[in-house]
Design a protein around this ligand. Structure first.
Ligand SMILES: CC(=O)SCCNC(=O)CCNC(=O)[C@H](O)C(C)(C)COP(=O)(O)OP(=O)(O)OC[C@H]1O[C@@H](n2cnc3c(N)ncnc32)[C@H](O)[C@@H]1OP(=O)(O)O
Ligand SMILES: O=C([O-])CC(=O)C(=O)O
Length: 447
């Protein structure tokens, strides 16, 4: 029983005064979720940073589902991700491309990496004061807190000049891996009573190498492990101007507020389980599914569980969503999930995890089929379906899955923030139609 019975009563009574029937959205031509009737996004900007292709238009302008393609500055990510092209520092190379619009030469990439490496160290006392003394029970909230605190260490924090934004953004990117890893270490030390492990970042390491070396008690990792993490960071680096956390960044920064505030807002958006937070939900959901039916389950058993999830009857999954599936743009496939599936298969063999990888494959196919049957639209596995599986193979704890998304997407948020400042720069301020009644004021004594 709610102790605050009055509040519950007010809330119940308020339904008589505040309801907005769903059909009114159509009546007034409101694009719920900024979506058109066919679920495609309403155009809210122009960008040259990334293109997310999930459907085409036929000659009548009708939407036609297709395999997904993602371009960073016009280059298909599958080209950039090819193993034969791999020379390390893929995430840094893609960051350069996203920020500056062209592929760097070897010298330019080295110089760019130096800028990042020079920013790796945290300000004096930052670790002790903000992370070790103030452990956070949710790492995404802790990252927001840390970002807002970095404001205090900046001698000119409210300067939103484009070049200064670039410098500040790169500084944030350099520091985020240590902040996220230390926030995790602090959390498990204080809440789970584990030993505190603090390794400093190495300036001769890439972002991916540093994350692995700071996270592991012995700091050791193999080149293959670093390559997979580098690839994962690369795959999450940007997703166009319409994705929720990036649009959030544009909305917030269009007020000309400081960069730390805009980035903290994006982290809040990415935390949501319908967005980046889905990677943690997928991992929990799959663990529960495997606990319930085992990896040797038949297809019928898997489909039965998927129906239970959809009907909100499966333990721990009470919102009817099969996490890791569905996308606002992609229909038949998300190219990032395709790439991840491929590399996860290779690493799973090495780590002796082929059985569980095969279970993920079977669940994926059956979930896509069932979702199509139940919802009538194509819903592919998305970037969050395999990422947790990959992180798990790298020994990365679940708490860090969404923070790793932040580390990676920071460059996308920064690139769009800068692009908006340079070429649009109008405060984002759409409209909402008032659909309530007009009422006479009744003096308090007469109500
Ligand atoms: C990095 C990323 O953000 S990738 C996305 C990560 N998120 C997830 O994996 C969470 C699960 N997926 C979802 O919630 C959605 O598919 C989203 C948020 C990603 C996209 O949402 P939208 O494009 O708006 O799809 P929309 O909500 O219109 O879907 C149409 C219908 O399918 C349902 N649906 C969509 N995805 C799923 C899903 N994964 N499981 C079950 N039902 C789903 C919706 O509830 C809706 O049902 P309704 O018509 O009965 O109300
Ligand atoms: O584009 C979206 O809506 C979500 C997504 O996949 C991302 O941000 O990577």
């Amino acid at each position: 029983m709610d102790k605050n019975i009055y509040l519950a009563q007010f809330y119940g009574k308020s339904q008589n005064y505040t309801q907005i029937p769903r059909e009114w959205f159509t009546k007034y031509g409101v694009k719920r979720g900024l979506r058109n009737e066919d679920h495609t996004g309403v155009l809210v900007g122009l960008t040259r940073i990334a293109d997310v292709v999930g459907y085409q238009r036929d000659e009548k302008g009708q939407k036609v589902d297709c395999d997904g393609v993602l371009y960073y500055r016009g280059i298909d990510i599958r080209e950039l991700a090819k193993v034969e092209n791999y020379r390390g520092y893929l995430y840094e190379e893609a960051s350069f491309l996203l920020l500056f619009g062209y592929l760097p030469t070897e010298d330019e990439l080295n110089a760019f990496c130096k800028v990042l490496q020079n920013g790796y160290d945290l300000p004096d006392d930052f670790l002790e004061m903000n992370l070790l003394r103030l452990p956070g029970k949710n790492l995404m909230n802790k990252l927001q807190h840390a970002l807002l605190t970095l404001y205090n260490y900046d001698p000119d924090p409210d300067n939103t000049d484009v070049y200064q934004t670039l410098r500040k953004g790169l500084n944030i990117m350099s520091k985020l891996p240590s902040i996220a890893v230390y926030a995790y270490m602090s959390k498990v030390h204080y809440y789970n009573r584990k030993s505190l492990v603090i390794h400093y970042p190495r300036k001769d390491y890439s972002t991916a190498e540093n994350i692995l070396s700071m996270l592991r008690p012995d700091s050791k990792f193999t080149p293959k492990e670093a390559q997979l993490l580098d690839l994962l960071l690369f795959l999450h680096a940007d997703h166009g101007g319409g994705t929720n956390s990036t649009f959030t960044n544009i909305v917030v920064s269009s007020t000309d507020t400081d960069l730390y505030s805009s980035m903290a807002s994006s982290v809040g958006a990415l935390k949501g389980p319908r967005h980046g937070g889905a990677n943690i939900r997928v991992s929990l959901m799959m663990e529960q599914v495997i606990d319930a039916i085992g990896i040797k389950a038949t297809d019928e058993q898997i489909v039965d569980v998927i129906h239970q999830i959809l009907n909100k009857k499966f333990k721990g999954c009470h919102d009817g969503l099969v996490y890791g599936f569905g996308h606002a743009v992609y229909t038949l496939s998300d190219p990032r999930a395709e790439i991840m599936r491929h590399y996860c298969g290779i690493l799973a063999k090495e780590k002796g995890m082929t059985d569980i990888f095969r279970f993920y494959n079977r669940f994926e196919k059956l979930a896509m089929k069932t979702l199509k049957e139940e919802k009538g639209v194509n819903m592919c596995s998305n970037v969050d379906y395999y990422s947790g599986f990959a992180y798990n193979m790298l020994g990365i704890p679940r708490d860090l899955y969404t923070p790793l998304f932040v580390i990676s997407r920071m460059v996308g948020w920064l690139a769009h923030n800068i692009e908006h400042k340079l070429y649009d720069n109008r405060i984002v301020r759409p409209a909402a139609k008032y659909v309530g009644d007009l009422m006479d004021y009744i003096p308090r004594k007469d109500r």
